[in-house]
Write a protein that binds this ligand. Structure first.
Ligand code: PNS
Length: 146
């Protein structure tokens, strides 16, 4: 089975993430969405909530499973026997972050590749950071289709 992992903190998952997962699901037999504990980032939403939200948002995609993980991504990818990690890219800030993570992962393991999918043009403005800001101001992000 040709399986990929789409990892992230997903604090919280939004439609930009779902678009990347959906597109990965057309390329791979199975997509494992890996929701990181990411304790060092002090996520606003609990790990359990982030997993639940991701499961809700991806429930319409047949070949997607959502799983929590803690520890190194390379170990999780190996445990899933996946040959690819897929991440979305919106802009140069994402690129800088992602290239650094992908390079560290390459140093840790040569057993999988990292693939980047460009964000859908209509999702470029959507980020978990903005969603958290709106939530803290009492605005329901769902009302803005985020
Ligand atoms: O949503 P994010 O912040 O882009 O996701 C980052 C994530 C969770 C993929 C990254 O922090 C990660 O892989 N965490 C697991 C710990 C790890 O493997 N670190 C070494 C690679 S930088």
């Amino acid at each position: 089975m040709n399986r990929c992992v789409v990892p992230g903190t997903f604090d919280p998952m939004h439609s930009g993430h779902v678009s990347v997962v959906q597109r990965a699901a057309k390329i791979f037999d199975e997509v494992v969405v890996a929701v990181a504990q990411s304790q060092s980032k002090s996520p606003k939403h609990s790990h359990e909530d982030r997993v639940r939200i991701a499961r809700d948002l991806c429930s319409h995609i047949d070949n997607v499973v959502v799983e929590p993980f803690d520890g190194l991504l390379v170990d999780f990818v190996k445990s899933k026997n996946a040959k690819c990690v897929v991440k979305g890219l919106r802009n140069v800030d994402d690129f800088q972050d992602e290239i650094s993570m992908a390079t560290i992962n390459k140093r840790l393991s040569n057993d999988f590749e990292t693939l980047f999918l460009m964000s859908d043009p209509d999702k470029l403005d959507i980020s978990s950071t903005r969603i958290r800001e709106l939530e803290s101001l009492g605005i329901d992000p769902n009302s803005l289709n985020l």
